[in-house]
Design a protein around this ligand. Structure first.
Ligand code: ADE
Length: 385
């Protein structure tokens, strides 16, 4: 039988199915994987602990963000907020400041809310029961499996994007692994592979294999401890698996933004509490219509929405930034404040005038930091990439 058929028990050409997979066939390869992990794994700070809080923080940071970006954030966070109680007692400004630059800010808010619930409902410690973990804000099946297995040794398989790729290749899966029925099959295979192995070691090993060897475009099969049971490798074209979806074009939006200064202080506005970059402090401005040249209606916008009369003085180099779902270009202008009306900016709680040395205390979108840096106003921010 071909490797794929041995794994799946299916006839050549049929869709891979888990029916007929014999765990004994996989066991020696999985043990090889664990040996490989012990020898080759990266030294990462969250691997040196069994503290559920620290593991939880690392896992939430690692969702959508690469390991090398996460490490300094993780270390800074744990130094500032070493326990559930410290996080629960922190104010949101501090939490967002520590998160700033990682994106997806709802994750930081959920961490904060969940810590408060852990204090109230579980006396500040993590419940070991996965069903109770699941009731906390922002903790879905992935995070439950990761925290419960890595911290408490619960026999739950962790299936992130890297693991999904490894599993898809073991089966030489022709289907999109994110489709629900396919994802369920992969979850089931993940649990078969976990069997009665040490859940922490096994899950870390699977993730590490996806991160270091079973790479999306150029898998390093010659180094792979699962090579002997990998159906994709047997085809000679492992990178064909899993099939990739065509990437969607990311929309682009241009903005005109103002650096309005009153003596030394700069005007900032807090973004609404929902949506993209929720709650972060932003430069005032507006979205340019297609083809509209900046500064466009910037002075008019500041008059109508902020009650400020300004003269647009100087344009700064445009700043481009790509968020996950949106590319932006910020056309920034220094503006001279000429006067203000009764609807002056201070009268609204979400608008503040900030001294340059205080800018570092406000969580801001990365694109705004770039503008401020270009204007010579960037606060010293050595700790954040
Ligand atoms: N990605 C998600 N969780 C991870 C972990 N614990 N180690 C390395 N990469 C990861």
């Amino acid at each position: 039988m071909k490797r794929r058929d041995m794994l799946t028990g299916s006839a050549a050409g049929a869709l891979p199915s888990l029916r007929g997979v014999h765990p004994d066939l996989l066991r020696p390869a999985v043990e090889e994987l664990h040996r490989w992990y012990l020898q080759q794994a990266r030294v990462l700070p969250w691997r040196a602990t069994r503290d559920a809080y620290a593991i939880w923080i690392s896992e939430v940071m690692l969702q959508q963000t690469q390991v090398r970006t996460v490490v300094p954030y993780y270390e800074r966070w744990l130094a500032a907020l070493p326990t559930v109680r410290a996080l629960a007692a922190a104010d949101e400004v501090e939490v967002l400041r520590l998160w700033e630059g990682l994106g997806y800010y709802s994750r930081a808010r959920n961490l904060h809310r969940a810590a408060r619930e852990l204090v109230v409902r579980f006396d500040g410690s993590f419940p070991r029961d996965p069903d109770q973990l699941r009731t906390l804000p922002g903790i879905g099946p992935y995070t439950v499996a990761a925290v419960a297995s890595l911290a408490f040794g619960a026999p739950l398989a962790v299936v992130d994007a890297n693991v999904r790729r490894v599993l898809s290749r073991l089966l030489a899966l022709e289907e999109d692994p994110r489709r629900a029925p396919v994802a369920r099959r992969l979850e089931a295979l993940a649990h078969e592979l976990l069997a009665d192995h040490d859940p922490s070691r096994h899950n870390q090993a699977m993730m590490e294999l996806g991160a270091l060897v079973c790479l999306p475009r150029t898998p390093r099969c010659e180094l792979c401890p699962l090579l002997s049971v990998c159906a994709a490798a047997a085809t000679g074209e492992p990178s064909r698996f899993p099939p990739t979806r065509p990437t969607k074009a990311v929309p682009h939006q241009a903005f005109a933004v103002a650096l309005v200064r009153d003596r030394e202080r700069l005007l900032l506005e807090q973004r609404p509490s929902g949506g993209l970059l929720a709650g972060l402090w932003d430069l005032p401005g507006y979205a340019l219509a297609l083809g509209e040249e900046p500064p466009g209606r910037l002075a008019q916008t500041l008059r109508e929405l902020y009650g400020l009369q300004v003269e647009v003085e100087e344009s700064l180099p445009p700043v481009k930034h790509a968020y996950s779902h949106l590319k932006v270009t910020l056309h920034a202008f220094r503006c001279r404040l000429l006067g203000r009306s009764s609807r002056a900016a201070e009268s609204v709680a979400t608008r503040i005038w900030v001294r340059p040395e205080e800018l570092g205390q406000r969580a801001m979108p990365r694109a705004c930091h770039k503008v401020l840096e270009g204007a010579g106003l960037g606060p010293p921010r050595g700790q954040v990439a």
